[in-house]
Design a protein around this ligand. Sequence first.
Ligand code: FAD
Ligand SMILES: O=C(O)[C@@H]1CCCC=N1
Length: 388
Amino acid sequence: MSTEGEYECIVIGAGVQGSFTAYQLAQRDKKTLLLEQFVLPHSRGSSHGQTRIIRKAYEQDFYTHMMEECYELWAQLEREAGVKLYRQTGLLVMGPESSQSYQLIKNTLHRNKVPMVILNQENFSQHIPHVNLAEGDGAVVDISAGVLYADRALKTVQGQFQKLGGVIRDKEKVTDIKPGSVVTVSTSAGVYRAKSVVITAGPWANRLLVHTGLQLPLKVVKINVCYWREKVPGSYNVKQRFPCFLLTEGEESKENIYGLPSNEYPGLVKICYHAGAETDPDQRDRQTDRSDIDILQRYIARCLPGLVPEPAVVESCLYTQTPDHHFVLDCHPVYSNIVFGAGFSGHGFKFGPIIGKLLCELSLGEVPSYDLSPFRIRRFQTKTKSAL
Ligand SMILES: Cc1cc2nc3c(=O)[nH]c(=O)nc-3n(C[C@H](O)[C@H](O)[C@H](O)COP(=O)(O)OP(=O)(O)OC[C@H]3O[C@@H](n4cnc5c(N)ncnc54)[C@H](O)[C@@H]3O)c2cc1C
Ligand SMILES: O=C(O)[C@@H]1CCCC=N1
């Protein structure tokens, strides 16, 4: 296989965002190369793991609107590949009735006519077993929400990309990017050229952008991915129709706590804290902060009585956060044929199909299908540094 080549587009990073971008480009018959530094599949970035939540329940209309089409794109991929990637479970959103976040989510669901059920202290336990709804908390269920089989989804979209003639070169780290009307991309094994380049490098985004003279206000944090044992096997199982859940804030913390029904590890429920300690993406195993686990233990002891409040398994993952926790989807301010998607802030997996479509459109110089003003880098103003 050639270690040289001319492509219409090179996508750097085969996480969920780069994989869907490459797939969209190949669907448009663009000769596309997808480069990945590690051997695929790997667990060093942000897209690995068996499961992710998919939902329309957001504080902002623009996310809920994007998810309307995104569900259809997920279903299209399932049909095309003949693979099940989504399991409807519903998403139970809980939070203080008085909190802005809880009210914004409930109102956005209502305003956008998203199918939902509002629960209260009186009827909560007959709908949701084994969960204590805290005093003063409200509860709303986003009915169409559910679980995405993440590892399976990555493998599927990468496979469809290759079936469409796309080229994946993994274990090939990009070491340099030379902007120009034809962009030159150097890797540990070769040199490639393309009319456009899409950077979807997750926690390493700024390491690549520096070659183009740009730095974004991104913070990489390590997330402890915790699994908790059911005291009675099956009580929080996806087969028992236990929902995904999202606590907007609680007495333990202002940060989200979220969980998915037991699935990948029998008898174990994945519950994580939506924050973590800053880390270098290549040094994350040295980050040993476990203060998040203490918070999770206190919450589980208080509100999830059917779980042992001690993690049975702790894996890790990375978030790349922006200051406002909204994504970065934009063209380079100087080199418009260099496009990037970054800063997905711990909630970007479900948007993969629509992010792929948008980054494909930007790389082809087309007007994007959605208003990208919430995601443009100009919102950062002084925080975006030129590395020149
Ligand atoms: C614990 C956890 C739970 C989450 N839960 C949810 C959820 O329930 N729902 C949801 O929607 N989202 C969720 N997310 C967020 C979601 O997983 C991420 O937003 C998404 O995976 C980010 O994808 P990405 O492609 O940007 O990054 P990544 O998956 O990190 O991909 C970037 C890729 O670029 C490669 N790369 C980097 N530098 C180079 C280089 N120089 N050369 C070649 N390749 C390079 C990396 O190796 C990597 O494979 C969660 C994330 C975590 C960590
Ligand atoms: O993106 C999601 O749905 C999950 C739950 C909320 C926080 C992060 N990931």
